[in-house]
Write a protein that binds this ligand. Structure first.
Ligand SMILES: [Zn+2]
Length: 313
């Protein structure tokens, strides 16, 4: 294989004795580089995306069209992420959520109607994505992310948005990032209210999970007990929890703040437009005090999921 920052070419010898030439190399860094043996002809401009192409270039817009992106969790955050990705012209979306639309979801799901109550969240997200871009290719998985079908679909993606807040979703997306070297972004909004009803600091968090850092186990963002409970069959899961879950506060404008931050990060990485090296840092918005922080991920050199030693052996 010959590799330069601008091009990569190679002759692959496969285990069955056949040979093939290398089509593309993917470098999942702060900008996701995709060098090929020789530069492809620039694509013709699609007039519909004229205003975006003025930022991304026609090649950048074409890159977005070729990308295969998963959204895990199609609730308040994921619903916004799907809308943004489809409007950007991302060509292939994998939409994963086992839930149905409830009446209490309507204020937060994009373009949800009262007659959507009871329908799968995947159907609503698919309707929105097709409305934004009739050419989008969709894979709908109305299952939990830990099922084999969902995990196989994740392994085939170029980027994953993690917008579900279960420990199982965090664990399986984290595994996929480190096993298959696929970048992901975790998105969450925390609105802490104590037992007396006192509101704490609101956090809207966007956390890159990259093959080179930011593992969710190292950063203590997966609870092993909760993960074990999440992995039980549906009927046993609620029984296993000592205290039944209480719905957390959730508001569309706060969800949109985090969703937009995450999609902007992906969009600039995919089109090679990041100009600094803060790609692995999480972004924390604190809307109540109108400030914003970058938080570098911790990395445990002994971590069985993301340490290099483990990957080599
Ligand atoms: Zn780790």
């Amino acid at each position: 294989m010959v590799f330069t920052p601008q091009a990569a070419a190679g002759d692959l010898w496969l285990p069955d004795g056949t040979r093939t030439t290398l089509a593309e190399v993917v470098v999942p860094d702060n900008n996701v580089l995709r060098p090929q043996p020789r530069p492809a002809e620039p694509p013709a401009r699609d007039p519909e995306y004229d205003r975006q192409s003025r930022l991304f270039g026609d090649r950048g817009q074409e890159t977005l069209r070729r990308l295969h992106v998963a959204v895990v969790g199609l609730g308040g955050v994921g619903s916004v992420v799907v809308e943004l990705l489809a409007r950007l012209g991302v060509g292939r979306l994998v939409l994963i959520d086992a839930d149905h639309v409830a009446g209490t979801n309507l204020p937060r799901l994009i373009a949800a109607r009262r007659d959507d109550i009871g329908r799968p969240k995947t159907s609503l997200a698919a309707r929105n994505a097709r409305q934004a871009n009739p050419e989008v290719m969709l894979t709908l998985i109305q299952q939990e992310v830990q099922t084999p079908r969902a995990r196989d679909a994740l392994a085939d993606c170029d980027w994953i948005f993690l917008a579900a807040d279960t420990d199982a979703a965090r664990h399986w997306v984290n595994e996929t990032v480190h096993q298959y070297l696929i970048p992901a972004t975790q998105i969450g909004v925390k609105i802490p209210v104590d037992a007396n009803g006192t509101l704490g600091q609101i956090h809207a968090v966007t956390r890159p999970i990259t093959p080179d850092g930011g593992c969710l186990w190292c950063n203590e963002l997966i609870d092993a007990t909760e993960l074990a409970i999440d992995m039980l069959p549906d009927a046993e899961r609620e029984r296993a929890r000592y205290v039944p879950g209480v719905p957390a506060p959730s508001v569309i404008a706060l969800n949109t703040l985090a969703a937009a931050e995450a999609v902007n990060h992906f969009m600039l990485a995919a089109t090679n437009l990041h100009h600094d090296d803060t790609g692995q840092a999480a972004v924390l918005h604190r809307p109540r005090s109108r400030d914003r922080d970058l938080q570098n991920p911790r990395h445990d050199p002994q971590c069985p999921t993301c340490s290099r030693c483990h990957q080599v052996t």
